[in-house]
Design a binder for this molecule. Structure first.
Ligand SMILES: [Fe+2]
Length: 260
């Protein structure tokens, strides 16, 4: 069994700037990182920390400089995939584990750990809020899954491949792609999918595979399943996900209450 931590949707701003003028996303990330560090003796060993996109809010250089400084305090080796608020080239530059990063093109990566392979899939369409699995990413995934055969796989992708019922977020979700769905459905080995984008924990099924959407590290998107009133942000509603992957797979929510 291999244990992996996931955090998502950091939305880091340039130093001394607040998200929407009110939310200190940097302080929230520092609190999550120190909380996870304090929990590690109780929940470890953990192999990796994966950030499932929206590392920054603005996609600008100052925000990535700020992110780099904060992530220097990360208690684990970490890697990331881009979200819709990110710049692909900035994410490529900032991720610590350079050997995982492709030099160009979509940020799709593979890391073979003990008993499990984690994959990062790039769903970013730069300049757009919604996402897509591009033909290049699909071809990379097809070759990679064929090579992995029956090995357990945990796929990280920013945009969930499921509708969540929060219409404002589903409107900027992942463009349906039957080839992507067929590829995951037809694969022989165990596959789990871990996403971000929606800023709250949601689980569902896609292509017969379990999908987990992670909370953000700073603020949640309001749970509006009815009014279609637009996106409301809820400060201090945050957490992380702990994945166990192996013969048995478990997905656990870690909330800030766990840090007390
Ligand atoms: Fe986000």
């Amino acid at each position: 069994m291999t244990r992996i931590l996931q955090i998502s949707d950091l939305h880091i701003m340039p130093e001394e700037q607040l998200f929407k003028g009110t939310i200190d996303t940097a302080a929230a990330l520092r609190k999550i990182l120190s909380g996870l560090a304090g929990l590690l003796p109780a929940i470890g060993p953990v192999e990796r920390l994966v950030i499932s996109g929206d590392l920054t809010e603005t996609g600008c250089e100052g925000a990535y400089d700020h992110l780099r400084a904060i992530m220097a305090e990360a208690p684990l080796p970490w890697c990331a995939i881009p979200g819709n608020h990110d710049s692909r080239e900035a994410v490529r530059a900032v991720v610590a584990q350079d050997e995982l990063m492709p030099d160009e093109g979509p940020i799709n990566w593979r890391e073979d750990l003990d008993g499990v392979t984690i994959l990062g899939l790039d769903t970013l369409i730069e300049g757009a809020a919604h996402g897509a699995v591009s033909d290049a990413t699909l071809e990379w995934l097809e070759v990679t899954l064929r090579d992995l055969r029956h090995r357990p796989v945990l796929i990280f992708m920013h945009h969930p491949p499921i509708d969540t019922g929060i219409s404002a977020m589903d409107a900027i979700g992942l463009t349906p792609n039957p080839r992507f769905e067929d590829l995951l459905r037809d694969h022989d080995g165990p596959v789990q999918i871990a996403c971000g984008h929606v800023h709250r924990m949601i689980t569902g099924q896609f292509a017969g595979r379990q999908v987990t959407v992670a909370p953000g590290t700073s603020h949640a998107v309001g749970l509006d399943l009815q009014t279609r009133a637009g996106i409301k942000f809820i400060p201090r509603h945050s957490g992380a996900i702990l994945h166990d992957i192996g013969d048995k797979c478990l997905t656990r929510l870690i909330s800030s209450d766990d840090f007390c």
